[in-house]
Design a protein around this ligand. Structure first.
Ligand code: MFK
Ligand code: FAD
Length: 497
């Protein structure tokens, strides 16, 4: 009998059977060969970062609001891993790879596999990277050439000293789901420039160089349609804050290394990105990209949990044999693995559809499916990551409840996936929004076509189960909606008569 030891992590690329199989089944050989060295390096870095994190005291970012002489400075000091975040992002193209043309429709697959391997090691530096990617995508969609020319090369830079990070400042005290109530106001100054006044309640990338945000132009009506999307740069040419005050950093359940701030905008100079209304519509491309990052990062958490729980089960003994030889324990691990594998296929399907759509290769059917699967993949993987992280704590027994094993952090961090970027119920409603804008028939056709592919190919077969579920849900909703409408009409008629 041996006493429990810390589970070992090996190169997280080489040992990932699901990832390796996906690469072989989906990517052209020359592309696979071209990206392999980077994936291998990220896999090695992931293992090394896990070991290093276990041997040091966890750190949090620190906000210093005033200097010794009483001047307001609002300086955030990041953790060491975050200080190296831009270097890693630029070296491995964590944002850039999704926007580069060389791999055509597979650019997003390449990018998201990199993100998947790096997410846990990055200490959620992937959060501002996701928003940076979202900002690049929303700017491209806006057609604002001046802003695209200025910001896009920086947001997608491959050099750390050129790379800009962007925030996504949407949530206010009045509501994070119901963004249409936003109270931040945009006013023109004497020079005719737009300045923003208000309070943003959760800003996870205030350390970035720019942000996309929503504000209501002075005198505009209430509601979401009257909000405008603005781009602002966080500092002026001298490096001073651009009318931004950092009130405090949030004291959070998890994602401790990520500095999430409450801020005041007090005359921040800003540029309307695409007109003075329809801000929610304009920021939607950003939402869809960050939701995809969320799903990818949720996969990363699941995989890390399963790897650690399995490694522990091989060496921890109970009742005379290793846990891995106890059928009930193995069934628990196998359930986690099965759910992860299906989620992996679904998320990579979304990544591929996004890449096809951005290269102009998406059929109407692809576009419809992408619109529907993006919120579904985010909401499903968000919940699943929490469940798998919780099961992982239990799979470690008491050790899974002890901070410096690193296991509780996986659960605390996972709990954010279902909350930010749209909660589960809000995303369910977004799926209904997608269905009503696209219509049932194209979606049912798309699901049927994919199911045919699944029957024909072993690779696609792993997607079969979620597709069947999604198709069944679509059929149910299609039958339910007219009945709801008829019931409503009957009730209204009853009330009138
Ligand atoms: C490490 C992991 C990586 C992830 C990092 C993430 C960092 C976290 C940062 C954040 O949390 S940022 C804040 C995220 N906030 C949200 O996700 C807001 C959640 N709430 C919603 O999504 C609501 O559904 C929404 C604000 C969109 C509802 O607003 P409204 O006022 O009811 O919107 P409406 O009228 O339904 O839609 C307005 C327009 O936007 C419509 O287009 P039209 O003007 O053409 O009619 C919609 O079709 C369009 N739209 C809305 N959502 C869309 C969309 N279009 C495409 N895709 C969507 N998802
Ligand atoms: P509410 O909108 O008040 O939601 C409360 C509950 O009501 C939820 O369960 C929700 O599902 C439910 N609900 C709301 N509307 C409906 C409905 N129509 N039907 C059914 N149920 C509904 N935001 C940013 O803008 N930028 C950031 O950088 C950022 N970083 C964040 C970092 C962290 C760590 C966290 C936790 C949050 C961050 N957020 C950020 C905020 C996040 O996006 C919001 O918290 C989230 O969108 C939910 O909004 P809320 O907190 O106002 O909750």
């Amino acid at each position: 009998m041996s006493h429990p030891r810390a589970p070992e992590l090996d190169n997280q690329y080489r040992s990932d059977r699901v990832l390796q199989t996906w690469l072989h089944q989906h990517l052209p050989v020359d592309m696979r060969q071209a990206i392999e060295a980077d994936l291998d390096a990220l896999g090695a870095h992931a293992a090394q970062a896990w070991h290093e994190a276990r041997s040091r005291t966890p750190q949090k970012p620190v906000l210093t609001q005033w200097d010794a002489w009483g001047e307001r400075i609002d300086r955030i000091e990041s953790t060491p891993v975050w200080q190296n975040g831009a270097v890693m992002a630029a070296r491995y193209g964590l944002v850039a790879a999704g926007h580069e043309l060389q791999f055509g429709e597979f650019a997003r697959c390449d990018q998201f596999l990199r993100v998947y391997l790096h997410h846990i090691a990055s200490e959620f530096h992937t959060c501002p990277l996701a928003m940076t990617d979202g900002a690049a995508t929303a700017l491209k969609a806006s057609g604002n050439h001046e802003l695209i020319e200025r910001a896009l090369p920086r947001l997608t830079a491959r050099e750390a000293d050129r790379l800009w990070l962007s925030g996504q400042w949407m949530t206010e005290r009045i509501g994070g789901s119901d963004v249409g109530n936003s109270e931040t106001e945009a006013r023109r100054d004497e020079q005719g420039q737009w300045r923003l006044y208000g309070r943003k309640w959760f800003t996870s990338a205030v350390i970035g160089e720019m942000a996309l945000t929503l504000a209501r132009p002075q005198g505009a009506a209430e509601g979401a349609d009257a909000l405008a999307m603005f781009q602002l740069e966080t500092r002026d040419a001298e490096g001073r804050w651009n009318g931004i005050r950092i009130d405090r950093l949030k004291d959070k359940l998890g994602t401790h290394e990520l500095p999430t701030a409450e801020i005041h905008l007090d005359g921040a100079l800003a540029t309307p990105v695409g007109g003075l209304d329809h801000g929610v519509r304009l920021i939607a491309p950003m939402l869809n990209v960050t939701r995809t990052w969320n799903a990818v990062c949720a996969l990363a958490t699941m995989r890390r949990c399963i790897v650690l729980a399995t490694a522990y089960a091989r060496q921890r003994e109970a009742f005379g044999r290793p846990l891995i030889e106890h059928p009930l324990h193995v069934a628990t691990l196998a359930d986690m693995q099965a759910e992860f594998e299906v989620a992996f296929q679904l998320v990579m399907q979304v990544a591929h559809l996004l890449g096809r759509s951005e290269r102009g290769l998406a059929s109407q059917r692809d576009a419809a499916l992408l619109r529907l699967l993006t919120p579904l993949a985010k909401l499903w993987t968000g919940k699943l990551a929490v469940r798998i992280a919780s099961e992982t704590c239990e799979a470690f027994g008491g050790a899974g409840y002890i901070e410096n094993t690193g296991i509780p952090q996986l659960l605390r961090d996972a709990q954010v996936y279902p909350i930010w970027e749209g909660t589960t119920n809000v995303l369910s409603l977004d799926a209904l929004r997608a269905i009503s804008s696209v219509g049932f028939e194209p979606l049912l056709e798309a699901a049927a076509a994919l199911l045919d592919e699944a029957d024909a190919s072993d690779a696609a077969a792993r997607m079969e189960w979620p597709l069947r579920e999604i198709r069944a849900a679509l059929v149910t909703i299609r039958e339910w909606l007219p009945r709801q409408a008829a019931n409503k009409e009957a009730m209204q008629a009853g009330a009138r008569g």
